[in-house]
Design a binder for this molecule. Sequence first.
Ligand code: SF4
Ligand code: SF4
Length: 313
Amino acid sequence: MMNGQWTRWIELEALKLGFDAVGFARAERLVDDEIRLTQWLKQDYHGNMRYMENHFDKRLDPRLLVEDAQTVITFIKNYYPEQLHFQSDYKISCYAYGQDYHDVIRNQLQQLIASMQSEIGNIQARGFVDSAPVLERSWAVRSGLGWVGKNGNLISKRKGSFFFIATLITDLALDYTNNPVADFCGTCTKCIDACPTDAILPNRTINGSHCISYYTIELKDALLETNKSWDNWIFGCDICQEVCPWNRFSTPHQEDSFKPLSELVQFSNKDWEELDEATFKQVFSKSPIKRSKFSGLSRNIAFIKNQSDKLKG
Ligand code: SF4
Ligand code: SF4
């Protein structure tokens, strides 16, 4: 088969495996991102996420991750749920409702690599999902899958932004998408206006170290008092996605592994407030929520409870 036919074949295989869209870009150094990333790190917008400083060159050049890399394939996988919030007031970012997406997507990428190797022959390929060495959003933009909105998320005109991004770097040459999507944020500022911690800066930069996702998941220290309500988010935050007009096109995902854990659906405020370590370990051992550890999640719950008690009082 010719490059173009393999491109189509890979796209169809990926869709069969459960990805929602696929794009192809030539593997080359991301020259434009170099300055942006350097500035972002210099401003310390990554807070204590020190892993963001690692692999600087590898992040910019996929050929340092796979020898003779020719192509970066980008996949998007919808996680928009049937129901956005459950009975408790405490809120969890909806990407974390089901099983850990790293495991689910890594498994699907491995299956795709195995089919490519058996159909195409001796090719090298490595899959990545949400891993520090790859600038997934930049590859997604280059592949024509969307634009990076003011809220820092990749946005697709047809699918919104509630999806994961994964990449596969291969030494197989394929056909590339040469039509980047225009930026359709226009004059909208809904995400900037809605962000409770002013983490979305006007110059298309996210101050990651001010984002509720950072505070509730990455930060290991005590949370500092603030007079702005965090709107009950105890793990991550979806505010800037929920207000984005492009997400009116989001449709529920079809991935069984992302269905919400029954405990998340059923937990009352009291269940969250009385959560103990044994229950945390039992319920969240395969969930993305385990990243915050019991100590982080219980700290977040106590912080939000204190905030809402003050607001009521
Ligand atoms: S996730 Fe929440 S806190 Fe972070 S930038 Fe978006 S609205 Fe702001
Ligand atoms: S809310 Fe508006 S400005 Fe923000 S990402 Fe969506 S379209 Fe762009």
